[in-house]
Design a protein around this ligand. Sequence first.
Ligand code: SOE
Length: 391
Amino acid sequence: MLNDTAAPALGVGMVGYAFMGAAHSQGWRTVGRVFDLPLAPVMSAVCGRDPAAVREAADRLGWAAAETDWRSLLARDDVQLVDICTPGSSHAEIAVAALEAGKHVLCEKPLANTVAEAEAMADAARRARERGQRAMVGFNYRRVPALALARRMVAEGRLGTLRHVRVHYLQDWLVDPAFPLAWRLQRDQAGSGALGDLGAHAIDLAQHLTGEYLTGVSAQTETFVTERPLPGGPDGAADGRLGTVTVDDAAVFNGRLGSGALASFEVSRVAAGRKNALTVELNGTLGSLSFDLERLNELHFHDETLDAAEAGFRRVLVTEDSHPYLEAWWPPGHGLGYEHTFTHQARDLLHAIATGTDPSPSFEDGLRVQRVLAAVEESAAKNSVHTPVLN
Ligand code: SOE
């Protein structure tokens, strides 16, 4: 796809083209038409194992060529940046090889399936940085304008000293026990369940919004539906056999941030009626902020410094030119959606590459999240629940 800016071209090659691949493609297609960029992304090639399916995806999503082996994608001269949208089990191998081949890398979250893999990726990124390459992990919700504004307000001290951080991320696509045993339900491919899929976002946001890190966690996880239909029939249809679910359906955990603020998290893929319900609340000594992804153009702010008669949560409509990312989009009030976070992600990565700065979130940030995910699983496995003495 041609880009009509005068900026030098940067060829992008993407591995994987399912839901996340489609979302990333949308970002690459739109970014140069909305933002003034220092580099013009060119959608050189997409890669997947099925030749017919990847060719169809290339045409549908706007990629010039299709490859069936990610190593061939890495070998292409028209690919300078590799965008990894595959299941977590292949992130480390592809990302490390791409960095060693001299490419910049964007990798979907969670960074990896294990801490060891994430460490190897962060090491490879550190070595590549010395050669001028950049590596970013795709925590796209950092790029919702209202959440970027929230981070700015916390950094400006508008909330005072933080006391509480509360992040819930709830979906319901697994509530039906007849939902098949897809890759996201298999530990060897996905690493973990709702925890890695949704909890990774929640942990990253808690740390990113506050600028602090979790120092310890206490957790419980649960797999409510332990067996699901195997998609062994034609075209992935169920064939009557059941397979074991090897990841969690839900996790609840809490922890303490560096400053001493208490953080609590709840993530689930079996919360009936909740489709993509990410909510965040921060409470500080001078005020509170509240965000709901289902109303993503809004941020609610309670200013504790106001007279009590007038204080209380007020809605800030985050669509002004002065709000993060909004200067390039529509007039005030016209609002953005989920897909725009991927456009913003592409924009920020291109700026980092062009200016030679570390992208945010870096692989190092991804590794930090991975360590928390591992700590949650460890705590849940120990099941160190203190039973109160009743009566
Ligand atoms: C599936 O649960 C999923 O696509 C996640 O993997 C994404 O990261 C999230 O943004 C939406 O839900």
